[in-house]
Design a protein around this ligand. Structure first.
Ligand SMILES: [Mg+2]
Length: 174
């Protein structure tokens, strides 16, 4: 896994600690197959997902730079789905970063309601997600929503900021 450092971003720098980064899993870290809508509740589905290199590089680089990063992922209320996602994240990310913080969100719940915040979200609460509905709900709750372009979702349906790799993201976070 690559790690990318911006010249302008120092580990532990001023900007790093103010921001809370929430990173979606399916469609950002893991490639959710096009035909997955009908089968994602099946045993073994989440364990077999392929890595999205650009998304995982975002995760590992932000962690190295000292950002607090939480994986914020919707998940069916099935024990095997949660454990498979946990195993996947540990296998693909933990070796590089030494621990993955993850919050599972019930499918019918908003991501903005799932992070345990009592007050309104702040602009320093940053969600990186590939799905407009999650982004819109996050923005309405007061947070900053960045659309991750994974080559499968539509860049034109989002009028806010989009990023497709760590270089573009670091420019936005500056
Ligand atoms: Mg997603």
């Amino acid at each position: 896994m690559k790690e990318v450092f911006s010249k302008n971003e120092q580990k532990g720098g001023k900007n790093v600690n103010e921001k809370m980064i929430y990173l979606d899993m399916d469609g950002v870290l893991a490639n959710f197959p096009k035909d997955g809508a009908g089968t994602y509740r099946n045993v073994g589905f989440f364990e077999r997902l392929e890595v999205i290199e650009e998304g995982c590089t975002i995760y590992t680089t932000l962690k190295r730079l000292g950002y607090p990063v939480t994986v914020l992922t919707k998940c069916p209320d099935l024990s095997h789905s949660k454990s498979e996602k946990t195993v996947w994240l540990e296998r693909k990310l933990q070796l590089h970063t030494g621990g993955v913080k993850v919050i599972f969100v019930s499918e019918e719940k908003k991501k903005s309601d799932a992070i345990g915040r009592k007050a309104q979200l702040q602009s320093t609460d940053i969600l990186i997600d590939d799905y407009n509905k999650n982004l819109v709900e996050w923005q309405r709750a007061g947070g900053t929503a960045l659309k991750f372009l994974n080559g499968q979702n539509d860049p034109k349906t989002w009028s806010g900021i989009s990023v497709k790799n760590i270089h573009e993201l670091l420019e936005v976070l500056r």
